[in-house]
Ligand binder design. Structure first.
Ligand code: NAP
Length: 473
C-alpha cells in the first residue's frame, strides 16, 4: 500500500494479509533518486563487466550460500509480507540453490567466444562471435514468487556482466531489500545491484530512464502499459530488449485413459498451491466424460482436505491472499458462474473476520464464456468442464487470450504429446503441472508475454552477440 510513493517523504506501508494490519513502513524512492540510481548503475557496470566471469561466479555462489543460511528469517518475512504459507516460503527459498547452480555452471560456457570458421594462413578470415553484456537491466517484478521471478533475471544478468536496477512489488518491498542486502554482502557492488522501492509510479519512473533492457514480470494489463511506455525507445539504448512475463489461464485436460484419482491429486495441488497465486497455476480443468464423475469426486475431496489458516503455521496449505482487492474479483467470478448455471461444489466466498482469506472453491458445469474460465483468477478457485473428446478439449484449451502452460493427464505419451503440440503455450506437461525447471526456457505465447527466462535462452537474453571477421595479414 503506497502513500505518496513518488516524491519526498513517500512511504510504503507493509500490510500482513493474514491480519490486515500494518506491520512496517518503508521509505520509497522519488523520481530524482530513480534517475540518480540508474546513472550510478551505468557508471558501475563497465568495471563489473571487466571482471573475469569466474569472479562473478564466486560472488553469486556466495550469495547462494548466504541465502541458505538466512532461509528461516527470509521465509518468515515473506510469509508476513504476502501471506504465503511458511512451508511454501521455505521451499521457494530452498529451491533457489539448484536454480542458481544451473546458472553458475552454464554462464561461463555461454560466455566463451564461438569460433565459427578458423583461419590458418595469410588472407584467410576467421569468423567469431563474442557475447557482450547489455548494460543496465531494469527489472520490475511481481510479489507472488519474489525469489523465483527476480532471481530468474538478476542471477544470469549479473553473471553475464550487467548491472540490475530492481523494483520489487510494493507488496514485498522488504523481501526486495533483503535480496539486495545479501547480494551486497556476497560482494556485488552496491551500484551494480540497486533496489528501488515504491509502487507502479516508481516502476514507470524507471522505464523513463535510459536503461538497456527491460524485464517485466506481472499482469497482462500492466505489461501492456510497460510496452507502450518503452515503445519509442526500442530502437535506442533498449536495443529491442523488452521481456514480458505475464499472466496465464492455464488449462489441464484429463483424458479417459488417465488415472482419475492421481490426476485429481496432482491438479488440486497445481491449482491451489501458493493459494492459487502462481502464474502457472492450473486455472481451468477439462475432463473426459468417461472419467468425469470419478475425477470430480476425488478432486473435491482432495480440496476439502486442504488446511486453510494462519500462514505461519507449518501445517497450513492455503494462506491469505496477498491483495484484499482480489477477494472481490473472486466473489465476482463465483457469482457470474453461478448466475449462468454453474454448480458450486465447494467454498465460494471470502472468509469473515481478520485477513484476506477466500474459501477453496470448486465450480462444475461451467461454460467457456464464464469469467472464471476466461480471466486470470489468481486465487483458490477452479472451474471444471466435462468434454466429449480430445478435439473439444484442444479447442477449449486454446479458447483464451493466454498461453503460458498446459497439462495433459493420460496413460498414453504419444496421445498427450499430440494434444500438447496443438495447444498454444510456452510449456507443456504430461501427467504433471505447475512446474518450473532452470534447465528449460520459460516463456509465454499470445497474451502471456514475450521473450524467455531460464535455460540457455534465459542467459542469451542478457547478452548481445557481436560478430568479428578477422583476416590474417
Ligand atoms: P502487476 O500488478 O502487473 O505488477 C507487476 C509490477 O509492475 C509490480 O512491481 C508493480 O508495482 C509494477 N507496476 C505497476 N504499474 C506499473 C507501471 N505503470 N509501470 C511500471 N511498473 C508498474 O502484477 P502483480 O500483481 O505484481 O503480479 C501478478 C501477475 O504477475 C499475475 O498476472 C501473474 O500471472 C504474473 N506473473 C507472471 C509470471 C511469469 O513468469 N509469466 C511470474 C509471476 C507472476 P506495484 O506492485 O508496486 O504496484
Amino acid at each position: 500500500m503506497a502513500v505518496g510513493a513518488l516524491g519526498d517523504g513517500g512511504r510504503i506501508t507493509v500490510v500482513n494479509p493474514a491480519t490486515g494490519e500494518a506491520v512496517d513502513v518503508v521509505s520509497a524512492d522519488s523520481a530524482a533518486t530513480v534517475a540518480a540510481k540508474v546513472r550510478a548503475a551505468a557508471l558501475a557496470q563497465p568495471a563489473w563487466a571487466a571482471r573475469k566471469v569466474g569472479e562473478r561466479v564466486a560472488i553469486l555462489a556466495r550469495f547462494r550460500d548466504l541465502l541458505g543460511e538466512a532461509q528461516e528469517r527470509l521465509a518468515t518475512l515473506l510469509t508476513t509480507e504476502m501471506g504465503k504459507p511458511i512451508a511454501q516460503a521455505r521451499s521457494e527459498i530452498g529451491a533457489l540453490g539448484p536454480r542458481i547452480d544451473f546458472f553458475l555452471e552454464t554462464v561461463p560456457k555461454l560466455s566463451e567466444a564461438e569460433v565459427v570458421s578458423r583461419a590458418a594462413q595469410a588472407g584467410e578470415t576467421e569468423e567469431l562471435i563474442r557475447y557482450e553484456p547489455l548494460g543496465v537491466v531494469a527489472h520490475i517484478s511481481a510479489w507472488n514468487y519474489p525469489y523465483f521471478v527476480s532471481s530468474n533475471v538478476f542471477v544470469p544478468a549479473l553473471l553475464t556482466g550487467n548491472a540490475v536496477v530492481y523494483k520489487p512489488s510494493e507488496l514485498t518491498p522488504k523481501t526486495g531489500l533483503a535480496i539486495a542486502e545479501l547480494l551486497h554482502e556476497a560482494g556485488v557492488p552496491v551500484d551494480v545491484f540497486v533496489p528501488l522501492i515504491g509502487d507502479g509510479r516508481v516502476g514507470a519512473a524507471l522505464l523513463a530512464q535510459p536503461v538497456n533492457a527491460v524485464c517485466f514480470t506481472g499482469s497482462h494489463a500492466t505489461g501492456l502499459r510497460v510496452a507502450e511506455a518503452v515503445a519509442g525507445k526500442l530502437l535506442g539504448p533498449l536495443g529491442g530488449r523488452l521481456q514480458l512475463e505475464l499472466g496465464g489461464k492455464d488449462p489441464a485436460y484429463v483424458c479417459d485413459d488417465a488415472d482419475p484419482v492421481s490426476a485429481a491429486a496432482a491438479l488440486a495441488d497445481g491449482a491451489f498451491y501458493n493459494t492459487g497465486q502462481s502464474c502457472c497455476s492450473v486455472e481451468r480443468i477439462y475432463v473426459h466424460a468417461a472419467c468425469a464423475e470419478a475425477f470430480i469426486e476425488a478432486f473435491v475431496e482432495t480440496v476439502r482436505g486442504f488446511r486453510v489458516g494462519d500462514p505461519l503455521d507449518p501445517e497450513t496449505y492455503i494462506g491469505a491472499l496477498a491483495r484484499e482487492a482480489q477477494l472481490r474479483e473472486l466473489e465476482a467470478q463465483v457469482s457470474d458462474a453461478v448466475a449462468l448455471g454453474a454448480t458450486l461444489r465447494l467454498g465460494g466466498k471470502a472468509r469473515e473476520g481478520k485477513g484476506f482469506y477466500f474459501e477453496p472453491t470448486v465450480l462444475t458445469n461451467v461454460l467457456p464464456s464464464m469469467r472464471v474460465m476466461q480471466q486470470e483468477s489468481f486465487g483458490p478457485i477452479i472451474g471444471i468442464q466435462v468434454v466429449a473428446d480430445d478435439e473439444e478439449a484442444v479447442a477449449l484449451m486454446n479458447a483464451t487470450e493466454y498461453g503460458l502452460t498446459a497439462s495433459v493427464f493420460s496413460g498414453d505419451r504419444a496421445r498427450a504429446e499430440g494434444i500438447l503440440a496443438r495447444v498454444h503455450s510456452g510449456t507443456g506437461y504430461w501427467n504433471c503441472c505447475d512446474r518450473v525447471s532452470a534447465r528449460v526456457p520459460w516463456s509465454g505465447r499470445n497474451a502471456s508475454g514475450i521473450g524467455a527466462t531460464l535455460g540457455h535462452a534465459g542467459i542469451r537474453a542478457f547478452q548481445a552477440p557481436k560478430a568479428y571477421h578477422l583476416r590474417l595479414p
